[in-house]
Structures are given as C-alpha cells and as structure tokens.
Design a protein around this ligand. Structure first.
Ligand SMILES: Nc1ncnc2c1ncn2[C@@H]1O[C@H](COP(=O)(O)OP(=O)(O)OP(=O)(O)O)[C@@H](O)[C@H]1O
Length: 318
C-alpha cells in the first residue's frame, strides 16, 4: 500500500536547515543542512559523539535548536497533530518501564495516541515478540528491547520512521531481520531514517547516506558514490612468488601489503591498476593465481572522511 504524508517540499520529507545546537560552550550540531526522501532507507552516520542523537532529538521536537530549523513534511514535528501516526521513532530502547509487559506498554502508547488496540498484537507479531508479549520488559535482552522499540515506532503505521542505533545489541539473526524490515518499509514508500556509528551496518541496509563529524556535514549522497570516494582502491593478487612480485611492484611505485596468515601469499596492492600488475608479472615470468580489483569498502571511505573529526574528539580526552 503506498504511504502518503502531508505535502512539504516536493520529494522531501525531513528537512534540516542550518541546524545548530550548543550545550554551554560546546557545539554538538553545527549549521547542519540535509534532506531525507521517501521510498528509500537513509543512513545517518558519524563517529561516536558526532551529534546524531542530538540532531534526531531536534527533528522529533524533543530538543530545541539553538539556531536553524528541522521540519517533517514542511512543519516542525512538535506542531504536528498526528503524533505517532505521523512519525514513529525509536531513540533509546532502554527507556521503558521494566515492570510492565510489552502488551501493557504498547497498549498505553496506543491509547494515548488514538491508535486502535488491535495494532498492539499486530506489531508484536511483526517484530517477533508475540511469545514474549506478557513477560516483564525488565527481563528482556537489549535486542528484545530494540524489537519492542521498533514495535512502538510501527504502532501508528506512520509514513515516517526514525531510529537511533536500532541494530545495537541485536544478534546476527536480528540484524538480518531488521535490515529486511527497513527495506520493506522503504519499498512501501515510507521515509526510513536510521543512525549508526558503524559503517558496515549501513552497507547492506541503506540506499542513501548522510555522514556527519563534529556536528558538521561530511557527505550526503548515495551509498555507491560515497564508497567510490575512497582514494585507496586496491588490487588483490595471489601468487606463489610473493617475494619476487613484492619487490617488482614496489620498484614500480606500488605499496604492497601481505594479507591473511603468513605463507598465504595474498598481496593487497595499491597505487597500480590490475592490468599493469598483470603485465609486469607476465614480463617477469611470475605466475598469478588471482588478480582482483577491490572496490573500496564503505568502511574505508568512512574512515578516511571522518578521520579528522575522530582525532579531534580523541584529542579532547573525552
Ligand atoms: N544534554 C547534553 N548536555 C551537554 N552535552 C551534550 C548533551 N547531549 C549531547 N551532548 C554532547 O553533544 C555531542 C554530540 O552528542 P550526540 O549524543 O548527539 O552524538 P552521537 O553522534 O549520537 O554519538 P553516539 O554515537 O555516541 O550516541 C557530544 O559531545 C555530547 O557529549
């Protein structure tokens, strides 16, 4: 079923414009501007302390910006009359009343937001907590609490979903499940915006990325073009003549790193393209068993682009 929200700027659901948050003398979010569109999963990435949670809180109207604006469908979220039926959010899975059961917790949310109670059973089923519905939340693992938080976000069947580090604490099966869920929600036309400090989590989940460091925008683009930004694509070579090839490629200006365990004879070569490596090996009678160009991983692009902000934070002895 296609999901529609109220009209805003065409094709833009969440719009952050020059958003800034100061805490005392410290700037947590610094003139940040980006947009989030429907029908795709947008990953919100940055190292720890980059300002992701603060930004999400301002989008959800839980914190007031020092400067700038954050709107959902063209209006600040706290002015929106439909609450959970408009935006579903998971910010802190731990912030639930441990003495209640999942059913009681979700029923209270449904009642206060004018959502039919039948939705409680539906979302518990959806997130795989139907069996645990009557157990005390206090006994839930972090992964189960994340599922409960996702159930709460889905309760109002909203067109916009915002999740802060939803994959934290999930086991591998939970990670696969949640990825499929996010992709399905986006395919239904919803706007799905989720934060993480782990690039690898986003590689298979997001279509689009907003990357921040020290509260400032580093990149806002597709996952594919972000990965292509890494300046260090490398070529993987497997040969029984590793020492000879290493000397040859190094002399030709490449950097060569052995990979895997000693004697595995796999080399990661940067600074020379695969065809040149193949030609040099052929000219010198060196046998190659594998020659593969590796596209730079998202992780490498992320590390390169956020290196400065991470160093800065480490230097501040946080
Ligand atoms: N209520 C607050 N009072 C003072 N400083 C705060 C407050 N909330 C956040 N900060 C600071 O603002 C900066 C950004 O924090 P934020 O939690 O938004 O980052 P994050 O990207 O979500 O990080 P993480 O991945 O570690 O959750 C940090 O330096 C943090 O210490």
């Amino acid at each position: 079923m296609p999901v529609r929200g109220p009209p805003g700027r065409v094709g833009v659901v969440i719009e952050v414009n020059e958003l800034t948050k100061n805490y005392g003398g410290r700037t947590a979010v610094d003139h940040l501007s980006f947009t989030v569109r429907p029908g795709q999963v947008t990953g919100f990435l940055g190292p720890n302390g980059a300002g992701k949670t603060t930004t999400l809180r301002m989008i959800l109207g839980l914190d007031r910006p020092t400067e700038g604006t954050a709107t959902v469908h063209g209006i600040p979220f706290h002015h929106h009359p439909r609450g959970l039926r408009h935006v579903g959010a998971l910010l802190d899975a731990g912030q639930v009343h441990g003495g209640r059961s999942a059913t009681v917790h979700l029923s209270a949310l449904a009642r206060s937001n004018g959502i039919p109670l039948r939705r409680v059973g539906e979302v518990l089923q959806e997130v795989g907590l139907a069996e645990a519905a009557r157990r005390r939340i206090g006994g839930f693992s972090l992964g189960m609490k994340q599922r409960l938080g996702i159930a709460a976000a889905l309760l109002g069947d909203p067109p916009v979903l915002v999740f802060d580090e939803p994959i934290n604490g999930m086991d591998p099966e939970g990670v696969l499940w949640v990825r499929r869920l996010f992709r399905r929600l986006a395919a239904e036309g919803r706007t799905v915006f989720l934060s993480s400090h782990l690039m690898a989590e986003m590689e298979n989940t997001a279509d689009h990325l907003v990357v921040i460091g020290q509260g400032r925008l580093i990149a806002a683009e597709s996952v594919r073009s972000f990965a292509a930004r890494s300046t260090r694509p490398s070529v993987l070579v497997r040969t029984p003549q590793a020492a000879e090839l290493t000397a040859l490629l190094t002399a030709a200006g490449a950097a060569v790193e052995p990979e895997g365990s000693a004697g595995a004879e796999r080399l990661a070569v940067t600074g020379l393209p695969a065809d040149r490596i193949g030609a040099l090996a052929f000219e010198h009678g060196i046998q190659l068993q594998e020659l593969t160009t590796r596209s730079a991983s998202l992780e490498e692009a992320f590390m390169e682009l956020t290196a400065d902000s991470v160093e800065y934070l480490a230097g501040e002895a946080r």
